[in-house]
Design a binder for this molecule. Structure first.
Ligand SMILES: CSC[C@@H](O)[C@@H](O)C(=O)COP(=O)(O)O
Ligand SMILES: [Zn+2]
Length: 203
């Protein structure tokens, strides 16, 4: 059974693994996952992601009200508005993960306008695309200092046209993925990062 404690344990484990892969260095990135009551736990802002504890989170209502804060100084991630946009747009999403890798930034040079063509590799199945020779693009968003402006751009674009994959790239920043469980979101981060590494290696 999923409890609010197991949700945080999953997020701590993923953060440690992503940190070890160099995708959550310093305080970079943020992870969230929903609870059975519709609230969600999100990493508190500015925490070192390689050394998270279950205290380093905030539980929020869908509209952002703080419901629980294990440490009084905890503040929700600066990028909470992006997680909220994903949960509002995709009701099936139960977890939303955002990481910063070097490759996610290097692929910027291969973007065409506001999308990045993904290579037609078997690994694309991990993003839910079951086609032969799939022609799939990843949506790309500009990176604004004002994070709610990024969230609004995501809402505007995805409410008109659904992304082909459960992921998006913020230019010069990092990838955000979502899934129907923390495990699925974790796997999708790994798949997205594999595709970025492949694109960069291919040149
Ligand atoms: C290394 S600073 C990165 C931040 O500006 C931001 O992009 C980020 O991913 C982490 O912000 P946080 O507020 O800790 O969730
Ligand atoms: Zn970020």
């Amino acid at each position: 059974m999923t409890t609010t404690a197991t949700v945080r344990a999953d997020l701590v484990t993923s953060a440690q693994q992503f940190y070890q892969l160099g995708w959550m260095l310093g305080t970079a990135g943020n992870l969230s996952a929903k609870n059975p009551d519709g609230s969600f736990w999100i990493t508190a802002s500015g925490k070192a992601k390689g050394r998270l504890s279950e205290q380093d989170f905030v539980r929020l209502a869908p509209h952002g009200q703080v419901l629980e804060s294990p440490l009084p100084e905890n503040r929700p991630s600066a990028e909470t508005s992006i997680h909220q946009a994903i949960y509002d747009l995709f009701p099936e999403a139960q977890a939303c993960y955002h990481v910063h890798s070097v490759e996610a930034n290097l692929v910027t040079q291969f973007c065409e306008g506001d999308s990045l063509t993904l290579p037609p590799l078997e690994m694309i199945k991990g993003l839910g695309i079951w086609e032969e020779n799939p022609q799939v693009s990843l949506p790309v968003f500009e990176n604004y200092l004002d994070v709610p402006k990024i969230a609004q751009a995501i809402r505007d674009r995805f409410s008109v046209s659904c992304p082909e994959v459960p992921a998006l790239l913020i230019r010069h920043h990092g990838v955000t993925v979502w899934g129907t469980s923390p495990t699925e979101a974790h796997n999708r981060v790994e798949i997205a990062e594999y595709l970025f590494r492949y694109i960069v290696a291919l040149g």
